[in-house]
Design a protein around this ligand. Sequence first.
Ligand SMILES: N[C@@H](CCC(=O)N[C@@H](CS)C(=O)NCC(=O)O)C(=O)O
Length: 213
Amino acid sequence: MIELFGADYSVYVRSVRLALEEKGHAYTLSPIDVFAPEGVSEDYLSLNPFGKIPTLRHDDFVLFETGAILRYVDEALEGPSLQPAGTRDRAIMNQILSILDAYAYRTCVWEIYVERVAKTRNGATADEVRILSAVGEARIVVSTLEKLIETGPFMLGPNPGLADCHAAPMMHLFAQAEEGAMLLKRAPKLTNWLECMRARRSFNQTAPGPDTA
Ligand SMILES: N[C@@H](CCC(=O)N[C@@H](CS)C(=O)NCC(=O)O)C(=O)O
């Protein structure tokens, strides 16, 4: 029995949900709203002391940190393998997961998508300085991922894997900001990859509600 704690608006939660869908494994999503004004409960902090989402519970085993959860889901559950067999390809997969955590989440999601799309949709004004200062690093994220995609249609070849599951939720939001769309225009392989991910059943099964941030 797999229980995932989190919210459908979270890109990190969606990464894990994508991996579970690609494995073909059933799970329940137990709602935790990290942005609720009252914060998260003590009960949730006893599972994840950092108060972030997601956290996964598999029977009596509790795990947090998305990179660890993704690898666990792939290795512990039946279904198609989501990690390359070769050492170097697996190293590249790990490199992509790190790039997404260290650079893409902050710049592409928070500093660009949230400022340009989510905030303005709610009537607030975008912080142009914040956006402008993030574009340089976002450009490096895009050009690096573009170089790492060799043949496609997925990041590491013919089959979807953990790198795709982790990158797709972030890049999907980033592409909705004008700065993201502009940078992706110069990255045809990444653009095709995103279209391919958006067309997958797993992506549609994990679509969040309309107010995603
Ligand atoms: N290092 C964590 C990061 C997860 C994360 O930042 N999740 C966001 C939602 S997408 C969150 O919980 N944010 C709440 C906060 O920062 O207070 C992981 O890999 O799981």
